[in-house]
Design a protein around this ligand. Sequence first.
Ligand code: ADP
Ligand code: MG
Length: 293
Amino acid sequence: MSGPGGAESAPGATATAAGTATPPAVVGTAPRLEIRDVRKTFEGKRPVEALGGVSMALAANEFVSLVGTSGCGKSTLLSIVAGLIDPTSGDVLVDGVSIDGPGRDRGVVFQTYTLFPWLTARENVAFALRGEKMSARARGQVADEHLSLVGLEGFADARPRQLSGGMKQRVAIARALSYKPSILLMDEPFGALDAQTRLLMQELLTRVWESHRLTVLFVTHDVEEAVYLSDRVFVMTNRPGRLKDEVVIDLPRPRTIELQETPEFLELRRRILASIREESLRVEPGLEDELRA
Ligand SMILES: Nc1ncnc2c1ncn2[C@@H]1O[C@H](COP(=O)(O)OP(=O)(O)O)[C@@H](O)[C@H]1O
Ligand SMILES: [Mg+2]
């Protein structure tokens, strides 16, 4: 058996006594990311049960989205996986090992712009590499490589105020990828962008991910975005959030925007929307009758 990350580091073919090569053993791929019965209650005068027990496993290089009504606990779950908040109970494992706070195995991109306004794009990315054993010059080079990966060559010296919202999020993606995490956690990263920019960012993310695979857990309330980007989509229940449905997105890759017009795409979108709608109606009992009336 090989260790964590087995699929990529599978041992080479071994020769049998007869001298013929046998293919490498099929490695039992341990999940890259495993969430085990994670629950979260925010304590206080009126305790809020945000997560009611969530379990899921993501394989290496899988793209998984989480959708659900507002307030169902998506951001809470992502922050727990990022190690930014502690669960009330349950465990998060990366390559079989429980996490203990944030780590460089997990890159994070949030909806709100989190760049330092006084640093240039290059400096913002390089700042994330400050812990690495490399010269300032090498850090700048790695930053430049990642800025060009997201189409920002030529903007390395710009400061955030000179960049559009989409460009700022591209810098945030470059920064999260710069230290080569095996997992990327994204919480509505395109939520603050206008519809057109959002589409361009979805295309960019798909392209980057299809050429530089890594495991992604992506939170969104945009169902089309989830279907377009993902290998699997989980629908959450209302608060306390639990997983309600799992939808496998078996659409071909590389994915193109035109795919969004196909009957297969529309059917997946319909299924997920229906599942979320059921939850929305549970929050607003009687609404369905009113709508019919
Ligand atoms: N720090 C906190 N303290 C108290 N309640 C919180 C806190 N963070 C989130 N909540 C509550 O937990 C629930 C889930 O929130 P959140 O994870 O942000 O939902 P989502 O991202 O799905 O919209 C909400 O009811 C929210 O008000
Ligand atoms: Mg949220």
